[in-house]
Write a protein that binds this ligand. Structure first.
Ligand SMILES: [Zn+2]
Length: 77
């Protein structure tokens, strides 16, 4: 019981650190195009990501990722 609360605390601390880091590197935010619906998606905020033929694709929602995963050839160009 004690151990789990300690790990919770550690996770929270790590999360706060990475958030602060993101603010500093705001200009480094990478934008990607969701190949399914065509929306611009921030890579860090993407609901999902898939690899296809060595490329990374990012999605605005899980349903877009599922569509892509079912038929990547249709969307990857
Ligand atoms: Zn989408």
């Amino acid at each position: 019981m004690d151990e789990s609360s300690i790990s919770h605390f550690r996770n929270g601390t790590a999360l706060e650190k990475s958030r602060a880091h993101q603010k500093i590197n705001k200009e480094a935010t990478k934008m990607a195009k969701d190949p399914v619906c065509g929306m611009d998606v921030e890579e860090q905020k993407a609901a999902g990501a898939s690899q296809h033929k060595g490329r990374s694709y990012f999605f605005c929602s899980k349903s877009c990722k599922e569509k892509f995963d079912r038929n990547p050839e249709q969307y990857a160009k």
